[in-house]
Design a protein around this ligand. Structure first.
Ligand SMILES: *[C@@H]1O[C@H](CO)[C@@H](O)[C@H](O)[C@H]1NC(C)=O
Length: 306
C-alpha cells in the first residue's frame, strides 16, 4: 500500500500526465459532433448539465469539449482525491519475470462504473442533483479518454522494473525532437507526437484545429471499420484492450534509454488514432445511453418521449 501511495505522489507531480489533453478533447469533440446530430434535444440537456460547473474550471465557450481536461486541471489545485481514478495499471509481465505485483482498487474502470451509476439514476432526487451530474459527466468524458491510452491501463514488470514502470513513467526514452517527451508515458500521452498540446480555455483557432484532428481520425477509422470494437461498452473490456495494445505495440520493439525507431513511431500513431476514434464513438454511444432523472422543470422533449 505504501508503495502505491508513493506511486500516486509521483504521478501527481509528474508533468507528463497532462499531455493527453489534446487527445481528450479530440475524443470529446467526436462525441460532441455526433450527439448534436443524433439527438439535438438531449445534446442541449447534456451541455447544460456540464456547463453548471463551468465557473470552477478554465473553460471558455465550449465546456462540453473543454471540460474533458477538467479532471487533470483539478490536480493542479491540489484536488488530488481522485488521482487514482485516471488509470488502471494492469501488469504487463516481461518474459522470465517472476516477482510480485500490486493492483490498485480505486482505478479507472471502477470510477467509470461509478460515474455511469450517477448518470443512470432515474429515481427522483430529494434535492438538486445538478452538481453530481455535472461532475459525473466531466469525469466520465475524461476517464473514457484515459482508459483508451494504453499506458493508463498498464505497467511493465521486468528485471529492469521489478516494481513496475508506473504506466511507462519510469521507462525513460530519448526523443531529441521534443525534450519534454522523456519517457514512454509522455510519448503516448502526446498521441505519439501528434496534435501538440491544447488546453482549456480554447480559442477559435484551437476549436477549428480540434475539428480538423477529429475529422482526420474519424476519416481514417470510420465507424464501420471499427464496428466490432465500438459495440463493446464495458469499461473492463476497454482496459483489457488497452493492456493488450500496451503489450503488443507500446512495449514491443523498444528499449529504455533509446530513441524510438521510425517504425515504432509510425505504428504507434496508427494505434493512437484508432484509439481516439474508437473512444469517441464509444463515448457517444455511452452518453446517449445514460438517461437519468432530470426533474420536471428542465425536462426536454426527447426525454419525455423515451
Ligand atoms: C479495479 O478496481 C476494482 C474495484 O475496486 C477491483 O475489483 C478491480 O480488481 C480493479 N482492477 C484492477 C485491474 O486493478
Amino acid at each position: 500500500m505504501k508503495f502505491l501511495y508513493i506511486v500516486a505522489l509521483l504521478l501527481l507531480i509528474s508533468p507528463t500526465l497532462c499531455f493527453w489533453s489534446t487527445g481528450h478533447m479530440i475524443i470529446a469533440r467526436i462525441a460532441y459532433e455526433e450527439i448534436k446530430v443524433k439527438d439535438p434535444a438531449y445534446f442541449k440537456q447534456i451541455t447544460k448539465e456540464i456547463e453548471l460547473l463551468k465557473d470552477f474550471g478554465q473553460e471558455g465557450v465550449n465546456p462540453f469539449v473543454e471540460s474533458a481536461v477538467w479532471a487533470d486541471d483539478n490536480k493542479a489545485i491540489a484536488w488530488g482525491a481522485f488521482s487514482n481514478w485516471h488509470f488502471v495499471d494492469t501488469p504487463v509481465i516481461a518474459e522470465g519475470f517472476e516477482g510480485e505485483y500490486e493492483v490498485d482498487k480505486a482505478n479507472a474502470t471502477w470510477a467509470i462504473y461509478e460515474m455511469e451509476k450517477t448518470l443512470k439514476n432515474t429515481k427522483k432526487p430529494k434535492f438538486n442533483n445538478g452538481l453530481a451530474l455535472s461532475f459525473a459527466w466531466r469525469y466520465l468524458i475524461h476517464l473514457v479518454g484515459d482508459i483508451h491510452q494504453p499506458l493508463h491501463a498498464s505497467a511493465l514488470y521486468s528485471d529492469a522494473f521489478p516494481h513496475g514502470d508506473r504506466g511507462g513513467n519510469s521507462f525513460k526514452i530519448k526523443y531529441p525532437k521534443d525534450k519534454q517527451i522523456y519517457n514512454l508515458h509522455a510519448l503516448w500521452d502526446a498521441c505519439v507526437d501528434q496534435y501538440g498540446s491544447i488546453w482549456a480555455p480554447i480559442n477559435e483557432g484551437e476549436w477549428n484545429q480540434l475539428g480538423t484532428f477529429a475529422d482526420k481520425v474519424t476519416a481514417e477509422y470510420p465507424r464501420n471499420k471499427v464496428a466490432s470494437r465500438v459495440k463493446i461498452l464495458d469499461e473492463r473490456e476497454w482496459a483489457k484492450e488497452s493492456n493488450k495494445i500496451a503489450k503488443e505495440a507500446v512495449y514491443a520493439d523498444i528499449e529504455p534509454k533509446t530513441i524510438p525507431s521510425d517504425e515504432y513511431i509510425e505504428r504507434g500513431r496508427k494505434v493512437v488514432n484508432e484509439q481516439l476514434a474508437v473512444a469517441g464513438y464509444r463515448l457517444t454511444d455511452l452518453m446517449l445511453k445514460l438517461r437519468h432523472y432530470v426533474g420536471e422543470e428542465n425536462e426536454v422533449e426527447s426525454f419525455i418521449s423515451e
